[in-house]
Design a protein around this ligand. Structure first.
Ligand code: AMP
Ligand code: GLY
Length: 428
């Protein structure tokens, strides 16, 4: 099959802006469109105002625009069965069907698979009732982790430092804090170590491991404060040595891909494995069924391989034998958020962006939560607003470039961490 001549990218964040730009860079020169997109994506390709949870609307858009391929960014349309619907009308799509998306949409489902196939992961119990959950808590070491089963926009996990905090989290979640998403919870032992994100392009039993990456989840410098979707990322993650990379493949990636296939799931999309590098080895924190954000912003620009060909091969079941070419450069992304994120934050603040020619070399500002106001100005429209990303021969230079871009952005509610990459830079 020749490569598709047109692609619809579904989503509206920095991840999707990165996907759009990498697809536009394909030698096949596809026509790329996006739904719903954001102000930055709209500068690059036509955007259509169809929301990511409007499955019928997205299918209709793909048909109207006669695209040959759909690449799905976020988890919500995957969990709602967008890819199942596209397959029904014969349209190839990158991203798992709803059965595969359950690996992200249900933490209980994933934990059961991890335990059944003896893939390293923290011990856990599952609960629907408060009393047995509280009784279980008293049998486990503290700190302990309480997780809502379902999707909770990244907020459904509490790492409780005390028994009282753990009990409160149990009561909150089983009391309906996240609606149906927390009608069942997991209580999981705490893992200790450094976290790393392993993105894997999967097609049935075939897979390609993407370059290593780490993100910074906490809102504040020094990895302090509440968890967020991710405040910055870098690639490669040198904590993952070539030996450890091989071990992660052997102990985690290959068994995971095989387990998913053995469960009867024909997974064609990104398996994002959140790992804790514990003193006794890598352990799975979670699976996501999509590219990570902001990991995508640092992993994809490092690929010398044509992204369109890679995703198309995965969607078509033709991934066997595909090898990646990776640039030697380091990549680093600093997320610019709206002050107040991950709690309440303002929307509609005017953003003044530097001209691309005023940015350092190999530096680009991806848009995440941006929109245009009626006056045509770019304004904030989400918690994570922009992602300043740079490639460079060293991580320190990539950081210097990305931070120069951050400093050149003007916005009243601008907030970003000053220490993205510090973990790795300070290790030298
Ligand atoms: P998750 O949504 O499962 O990725 O959890 C969000 C974050 O909570 C992770 O990125 C970790 O920082 C933390 N976390 C989750 N599970 C554990 C665990 N078992 N031990 C320590 N930290 C955890
Ligand atoms: N950066 C973590 C995520 O995409 O969930």
């Amino acid at each position: 099959m020749p490569l598709p001549s047109s692609v619809l990218v579904v989503g509206a964040g920095g991840r999707e802006h990165t996907l759009v730009r990498q697809l536009l860079a394909s030698p096949a020169q596809p026509r790329v469109i996006c739904a719903p997109g954001n102000a930055g994506i709209a500068q690059d390709v036509p955007c259509f105002p169809v929301a990511v949870d409007n499955i019928a609307g997205l299918v209709a858009l793909a048909q109207q625009e006669q695209v040959a391929f759909v690449v799905v960014g976020p988890e919500v349309p995957l969990a709602l069965g967008l890819v199942d619907e596209l397959i029904k009308i014969g349209l190839p799509a990158y991203g798992p069907q709803a059965d595969g998306a359950r690996l992200e949409a249900s933490k209980v489902f994933t934990k059961e698979i991890l335990l059944k196939y003896k893939i390293p992961t923290a011990a856990a119990g599952f609960f629907r009732e408060v009393a047995p959950a509280l009784a279980y808590l008293r049998t486990r070491p503290i700190p302990i982790v309480i997780k809502a089963d379902g999707l909770a926009a990244g907020k459904g996990v509490v790492v409780a430092a005390t028994l009282a905090e753990a009990e409160a989290a149990v009561r909150d979640m089983l009391g309906g804090k996240f609606g149906a998403s927390s009608s069942q919870i997991l209580i999981e032992d705490c893992l200790y170590g450094e976290e790393t994100s392993q993105l894997v392009v999967v097609s049935g039993r075939d897979y390609v491991m993407l370059p290593t990456a780490q993100d910074h989840k906490r809102i504040g410098d020094g990895d302090t404060g509440p968890n967020t979707g991710g405040m910055g990322a870098y690639s490669p993650a040198e904590v993952v040595t070539p030996e450890l990379f091989a071990r992660i493949e052997r102990e985690i990636v290959r068994p995971s891909v095989n387990a998913i296939a053995d469960e009867g799931i024909d997974f064609r999309g990104t398996l994002f494995i959140g790992l804790m590098l514990t003193p006794t080895g890598p352990s799975v924190i979670e699976y996501n069924a999509r590219f990570g954000d902001p990991e995508t912003q640092v992993v994809l620009p490092r690929l010398a391989t044509d992204l369109l060909a890679l995703l198309w091969a995965a969607a078509r079941g033709e991934l066997a034998g595909v090898k990646l070419a990776v640039k030697p450069d380091y990549a680093l992304c600093v997320v610019i958020a709206a002050q107040g994120y991950p709690e309440a934050f303002p929307k509609g603040d005017v953003i003044s962006l530097p001209a691309p020619s005023a940015l350092p070399p190999a530096t680009f500002i991806y848009h995440a939560g941006t929109a245009k106001n009626p006056a045509g100005q770019v304004v904030t429209n989400g918690g994570r607003v922009l992602g300043a990303t740079a490639l460079a021969p060293t991580l320190a230079e990539a950081a210097a470039r990305a931070y120069a871009a951050c400093d050149a952005v003007q916005c009243a509610s601008k907030y970003f961490r000053r220490d993205i990459g510090a973990r790795q830079l300070n290790r030298r």
